[in-house]
Design a protein around this ligand. Sequence first.
Ligand code: SAM
Ligand code: DTB
Ligand code: SF4
Length: 324
Amino acid sequence: MTKNWTKEEILEVYNTPLMELIYKAAEVHKQHHKVGEVQVSSLLSIKTGGCPEDCAYCPQAARYHTEVKVHKLMDVAEVTEAADNAKAGGASRMCLGAAWREVRDNRDFDKVLDMVKTINSKGLEVCATLGMVTEDQAKKLADAGLYAYNHNLDTSEENYNNIISTRNYDDRLNTIKNVRKAGLTVCSGGIIGMGESIEDRVGMLYTLSLLRPQPESVPINALVAVEGTPLEDQPPVPIWDMVRMIATTRIILPNTAVRLSAGRQGMSMEGQALCFLAGANSIFAGEKLLTTPNPDYNQDMEMFKILGLSPKKAFADKEKEALV
Ligand code: SAM
Ligand code: DTB
Ligand code: SF4
């Protein structure tokens, strides 16, 4: 049975002396996952910038003056080519991101459904992060072959209004509910380094831990402070905070894939190694996240070699192997 954690217990875990915390997290990781196996996703921004929301961290919000160039929804052929490249680079999953507040039932959505079908037929798992969705839209995505839907809580309920005012926490939770009802797997996490307190970090993990079933994937992003956004002057997240956050996530969500997400570009290989030791078992690969830089495939494969990590295969490939 899934343990019901209290906020106090999670805070206690977070504040455990660091070496002991890493040790505990590594133990939980070993019990529930294959050590050294890392799920690799490639991210693609299929619709960039011009977003009506006011998320303080986001370079794609129309109201902030960032260098992001607005790009309308990509064509299915362009996305297919990107999927081929991602597969050749070792990705088992492709995540499509759109700078939308919510999905609308229009031709653009039909195009996204086409993208999902096409990428899926190549044996890649497909995820999407398109903003808020209704149950009906989530079902259409599931029917098209979508594997997971990403919708982050980003921070605690208490801190949410300081970061975003154009929607509320319940909107977020509601979309997650719709995604679940449609039978999709849930990817939901958040960002550290936005000026939040430790209690906010713990509060976010608390809400995630209460979801039943718990999310299959939890991305932990370190803020990428982008010029022109309200959070542009935030100092970089200390690696120790990232390690603590990952270790705590691993301990309270033992079965979840913990994704070491945005912010790897500024991290040393040693720092990332500690994150993997503390239970991170998934990353975004490829030289760009949505709009900001990320280590390229070769750099990551070099790191995998040194650390003895191997990319997890896509389900479709595993099935194929089983047949041989
Ligand atoms: N528009 C959709 C939404 O907000 O759900 C999907 C795309 S949005 C860019 C996906 C997630 O990226 C956000 O929830 C946030 O957690 C993360 N993100 C955006 N900008 C970021 C930044 N500068 N640093 C770290 N994470 C960021
Ligand atoms: C998530 O949690 N992180 C990814 C993915 N989900 C969509 C996005 C990170 C975006 C970082 C800023 C950018 O590149 O625009
Ligand atoms: Fe828009 Fe998503 Fe960026 Fe918020 S995080 S501004 S909803 S693209």
